[in-house]
Design a protein. Structure first.
Length: 191
């Protein structure tokens, strides 16, 4: 540590090379220790020696308080998610605001992403291609109880309409129930 504070000789740079080789966090710790050991050195001079800005130094002096607040916020977000598993970052932000936290939704989103707390709801499987709530009669499945023993015993077909820009097409594949391969298929324009 003393080697870092030795005065430079004529022609040498003002800072020993070893001071700038350390990381920013280590330099902040060394500055704090140097300031305690040598109170006659001003913070401005220490910042010049360690090549950091004064605003950065003062910002990091209050960091432990911010860390405690950040940890408390993360804990509260996690508690809200455990209580309401379907909440996304918007609802969590509103819940925090109701409790008196002044926090931005982007910060809540970032914390939830870092902690993998984003809501992943399973959506119910819904068949979107068939409209079962129509006014037409529904016929029973006559093949449900039947046991197929030989080819060509039962055939099924499906009629599907495909909407195009200026017209519609209908398709009708025909399947053998014993071998589910389309035996016959057709496409025709619908007027």
């Amino acid at each position: 540590m003393r080697a870092l504070l030795w005065p430079a000789r004529l022609g040498e740079p003002g800072v020993k090379k070893s001071a700038t080789e350390h990381g920013i966090a280590e330099r902040h710790l060394m500055m704090t220790q140097a300031h305690q050991a040598h109170p006659e050195l001003s913070v401005q001079r220490l910042c010049e020696l360690f090549e950091v800005s004064r605003s950065w130094y003062y910002e990091h002096l209050k960091q432990p308080e911010d860390d405690a607040e950040e940890i408390a916020l993360r804990d509260r977000i996690e508690q809200i998610i455990l209580e309401f598993s379907g909440y996304g970052y918007r609802r969590v932000t509103h819940a925090l605001a109701r409790e008196g936290w002044r926090v931005n939704h982007k910060r809540v989103l970032r914390i939830m992403q870092e902690e993998s707390l984003l809501c992943h709801l399973k959506k119910r499987f819904v068949i979107a291609t068939t409209n079962s709530r129509h006014r037409f009669p529904i016929y029973p499945n006559m093949l449900a109880a039947m046991v197929l023993e030989r080819p060509d015993q039962a055939w099924v077909a499906d009629l599907t309409y495909i909407r195009l820009l200026k017209s519609r097409l209908s398709t009708w594949p025909v399947f053998s129930m014993r071998f589910p391969v389309a035996v016959l298929a057709g496409i025709s324009p619908v007027r």
